[in-house]
Design a protein around this ligand. Structure first.
Ligand code: FAD
Length: 429
């Protein structure tokens, strides 16, 4: 949608009249936008392009690839466009931006109205089967009439939530055209453990914990809120680490999950803190302390709770895993038991994941290899006059509006440059 809008705007500026056609396999536009952000659409994130790149894209090569596009069409440009179409937005305290109406469909509707005003031909229920170079142009085959065009922009999305229309057609098309495809894998997906967490923990959340995954001697970690669900784990830490966990599972056939309840402390630091506490409050039951104990306390004290306390429902499990008697007090907790408690607090076992389900992810990682696309224009380096944008490309952003912004920015870049290419062809002819 953004590619077509940008294409028409540039065409108008250069006083060129092109026919622009958007082929959509669904009967309406923006199905994924409609379900994004739980139906509220976290449309982008506050911040400069540099901040967005830093916070939203953790892999260096992806950040490098997206840089031009995010500077070329930033979150401010997107907001200006939305506001000009009557979609007011609001920023949450964490920087996520949503339409003020709380209605995700208002975003897709605004774009659709604009596309119609810009005389972009919208062909619904038009699933593209193939794109083939033919006589210097492209033959596009659909399940209805074929089309012959000068320039193609492939914006078919990722492969998760396939019910929305993203079944990976674009990857098949790109591969046939000679592109390398990095095999898609899950990202921003919930984690399902072989054995579900105890029912009493379902819905419990750990504030600002460390989620640790290990397999084959490799350990990865992400800091953030973690939610116990009836099948495993969700919440920002789980979603963010799911891409790396999917890779661990692919390499080693599974991964062990642990929660670090004191991610700001080494085991030795935590042991020292507990010892100081034990000396002061010998008569206190350890479980009572755990119920009020702040997670990730500031150095040297348990007096402040910047990130919340250990959830009460979790305490019996901590006690059991540490092999402590339920009513043990600090004065009777000898060194080995204290160290066992420290070990569990630093590495509370959460279970085993065998794989991360691709279709459950808010996005999919993998896709058309970034090295084969010019980041300044989004034109293919393999097939001239073919442009690619959005999730069909091999990048995946974090939760927070970064994925939609990346799709909008790369789409804008592709649309702008596709028309420039068309103009050049036109002038040459
Ligand atoms: C549940 C959920 C919630 C999300 N929430 C957020 C959020 O709040 N914020 C955020 O930033 N990101 C969110 N995302 C991710 C975001 O929606 C996507 O990253 C983004 O939509 C990708 O944009 P795209 O244009 O590349 O692909 P898409 O939006 O997937 O669009 C691709 C379009 O191509 C069409 N298509 C596919 N194949 C063909 C074909 N052969 N012929 C014709 N048409 C075809 C599809 O029908 C689809 O309409 C969420 C995703 C999901 C699944």
């Amino acid at each position: 949608m953004l590619a077509a809008i940008a294409a028409r705007r540039v065409a108008e500026l250069s006083c060129m009249d092109f026919s622009i056609t958007l082929l959509e396999r669904n009967s309406r536009l923006g199905t994924k936008i409609g379900i994004s952000g739980g139906g509220k659409c976290n449309v982008t994130h506050q911040g400069t392009p540099a901040e967005m790149l830093e916070q939203g894209f953790l892999r260096t090569n992806e950040r490098r690839f997206l840089r031009n596009a995010l500077y070329g069409f930033s979150s401010s440009d997107l907001l200006e466009l939305l506001h000009s179409r009557g979609v007011e937005t609001e920023a949450r305290a964490d920087g996520k931006l949503f339409p003020l109406s709380g209605d995700a469909s208002s975003v897709a509707m605004a774009f659709e109205e604009l596309l119609k005003e810009l005389s972009v031909q919208l062909l619904f229920s038009s699933r593209v089967k193939s794109v083939e170079p033919k006589g210097g142009r492209f033959l596009i085959t659909t399940y209805a009439e074929p089309l012959t065009v000068d320039v193609v922009i492939l914006a078919t999305g990722g492969v998760s939530y396939s019910k929305t229309g993203t079944t990976g057609d674009g990857l098949v098309i790109a591969r046939k055209l000679g592109h390398s495809i990095k095999e898609p894998s899950a990202a921003l997906a919930p984690l399902f453990t072989l054995k579900a967490p105890p029912a009493s923990l379902s819905g419990v959340s750990l504030r600002s914990a460390g989620l640790v995954a290990s397999a084959g001697g490799k350990t990865i970690e992400r800091r953030g809120d973690l939610l116990f669900t009836h099948r495993g784990f969700s919440g920002p830490a789980a979603l963010s680490l799911s891409r790396d966990i999917a890779e661990l599972c692919r390499e080693f056939g599974g991964a062990q999950l642990f929660a670090d309840l004191f991610p700001e402390h080494t085991p030795a630091e935590l042991d020292k803190l507990l010892l100081l506490h034990a000396r002061k409050y010998g008569a206190q039951m350890v479980r009572k302390f755990l119920q009020i104990c702040p997670m990730a306390p500031f150095k040297g004290a348990f007096s402040e709770a910047p990130h919340g306390t250990i959830p009460t429902a979790l305490v019996p499990f901590i006690i059991r895993h540490s092999l402590l008697e339920i009513d043990i007090t600090w004065s009777t907790l000898h060194k080995e038991l204290r160290q066992s408690l420290v070990a569990v607090l630093k590495r509370f076992p959460l279970g085993t994941v065998r794989d991360v389900q691709l279709d459950q992810g808010e996005v999919s990682a993998g896709g058309v290899a970034l090295g084969e696309v010019n980041p300044k224009t989004m034109e293919s380096r393999v097939v001239p006059k073919l442009f690619l944008c959005g999730e069909v490309l091999d990048y995946a952003g974090e939760i927070g509006g970064y994925n939609l912004q990346a799709a909008f920015s790369t789409g804008w870049t592709a649309g702008t440059n596709a028309v420039k290419k068309c103009s050049a062809l036109f002038l040459r002819a």
